[in-house]
Design a protein around this ligand. Structure first.
Ligand SMILES: [Zn+2]
Length: 134
């Protein structure tokens, strides 16, 4: 990767795999201008997963949409953001494992999200189900 400031080549000074969140964090330094910046590498889920809407239309999967729905359900917890991030990774891993290459119905994603929440926090699962009832 080239330097975001001057465009010259960079080298990695530190690298950390964040298994729980499914991405790799890298600290990079520029040989030319000395700038230091961070990159995060993760799978492009919008290209890897797609969802089928009830009207039959297909659109790219959005981790952000899933994440926000989980944050909302976990709103009563002080660790809602961290928990939602970890649970989103769990839901996505499950979808990638069980439905490789397939377009997934919204209802199926909600079902996986609900089951994942229920194992973690029953109150959050009830909140999620109430909000997402069609
Ligand atoms: Zn530079």
């Amino acid at each position: 990767m080239v330097c975001i400031y001057c465009g010259n080549s960079t080298y990695v000074t530190n690298s950390r795999e964040q298994r729980r969140h499914g991405h790799v964090w890298r600290r990079r330094a520029c040989k030319h201008c000395g700038a230091i910046f961070t990159t995060v590498e993760s799978a492009d889920l919008s290209l890897s997963l797609s969802i089928t809407r009830p009207d039959g239309s297909i659109e790219p999967f959005s981790r952000d949409t899933l994440f926000m729905s989980l944050v909302q359900a976990l709103g009563h917890r002080s660790d809602a953001i961290d928990a939602a991030s970890a649970l989103a990774a769990t839901v996505i891993a499950h979808l990638l494992k069980t439905r490789p290459g397939a377009s997934i119905e919204v209802a199926a994603i909600r079902s996986v999200a609900y089951n994942t929440l229920q194992r973690f926090d029953r109150v959050a699962a009830i909140s999620y189900a109430a909000y997402h009832k069609a």
